[in-house]
Write a protein that binds this ligand. Structure first.
Ligand SMILES: [Zn+2]
Length: 126
């Protein structure tokens, strides 16, 4: 067993992104550790030093990189204003449109499908 072999797969912009991505990877059964964020505790380091890195086990590296590549693509599309609503779901908590490949809102981290299946049958008066 080489469980101790972990690799750095991602440099996050901030701790929020790092924690979101850790959740995403966790959903896919990939154990993720965040390093770098702890250096904030020392208080004196510049922001570059505090940028959190995602580390996964070597055997999860390939899968993790695939998921992170998807995330990068989503980010790039958002910046380009190319949001494909047909492959997205609507966050029941904050109303954000979230890409189909993610099972939780990237904005508020609410899991998908938090409302019961029958909720839509509630009649609207028109
Ligand atoms: Zn949300």
């Amino acid at each position: 067993m080489h469980d101790n072999g972990i690799v750095n797969v991602y440099l996050a912009r901030d701790l929020l992104e790092a924690e979101f991505l850790r959740n995403v990877l966790d959903v896919h059964g990939i154990e993720t550790r965040i390093f770098g964020a702890n250096s904030i505790q020392s208080g004196m380091l510049p922001n570059e030093e505090a940028a959190p890195c995602l580390w996964v086990r070597r055997r999860d590296e390939e899968h993790a990189r695939e998921l992170l590549a998807e995330w990068e693509m989503v980010q790039a599309r958002r910046q380009a204003g190319d949001v494909r609503s047909e492959s997205m779901w609507n966050c029941s908590n904050c109303g954000e449109m979230v890409e189909d490949i993610f099972d939780m809102c990237w904005k508020c981290q609410t899991p998908r499908n938090t409302s019961p299946p029958g909720a839509e049958s509630c009649p609207t008066d028109l």
